[in-house]
Write a protein that binds this ligand. Structure first.
Ligand SMILES: Nc1ncnc2c1ncn2[C@@H]1O[C@H](COP(=O)(O)OP(=O)(O)O)[C@@H](O)[C@H]1O
Ligand SMILES: [Mg+2]
Length: 141
């Protein structure tokens, strides 16, 4: 599936994304620096009703947020592996524990630790088209 979007309709796309995601828990966001990964993850968190202010987790690898799921508080992890050197460092930081926790995980720079992702992770690709437009693709399966 593929969508073209801008900041004007990012919230609509975030809602559609969660519908398309089904029961998936782990989402790997690929895309160059500035593509819009953090911004889209922020919109996904808003759509889930995450209360904390979600900023770029540039200086911490794992950020844990809480949202309300039909009356139950659930954790949601936003991870940015940009500063992670390799899989070993990711393991030490607790990335694998989060990925297999059963909680929703939204991960930037997954290629830094490809080998520790669950096989059923949903890979998402964000591309910059121009200054106001982005393209988002998810594999059909
Ligand atoms: N869908 C979008 N349409 C237009 N501009 C966007 C979009 N998403 C993000 N941006 C802008 O692009 C810049 C980089 O976004 P960011 O989410 O930090 O990228 P990344 O996390 O991929 O490095 C920000 O200035 C942001 O406002
Ligand atoms: Mg980012």
């Amino acid at each position: 599936m593929e969508w073209t979007f801008s900041l004007d309709n990012i919230n609509e796309l975030a809602n559609q994304f969660w519908k398309a995601a089904g029961e998936k828990k782990v989402f790997a966001f690929h895309g160059q620096m500035g593509a819009g990964k953090t911004t889209f993850i922020h919109a996904l968190c808003d759509a889930k009703g995450v209360k904390d202010v979600v900023g770029s987790p540039t200086f911490s690898i794992i950020n844990e947020y809480v949202y309300d799921c039909e009356g139950t508080k659930r954790a949601l992890f936003h991870m940015d592996l940009y500063r992670v050197k390799d899989e070993e460092e990711a393991l030490r930081a607790g990335v694998e524990d989060a990925l297999f926790s059963g909680h929703i995980c939204l991960v930037e720079w997954p290629e830094k630790a490809q080998g520790i992702f669950p096989e059923d992770a949903l890979h998402v690709y964000i591309e910059l088209i121009n200054s106001t437009t982005r393209r988002l693709k998810i594999a059909d399966n």
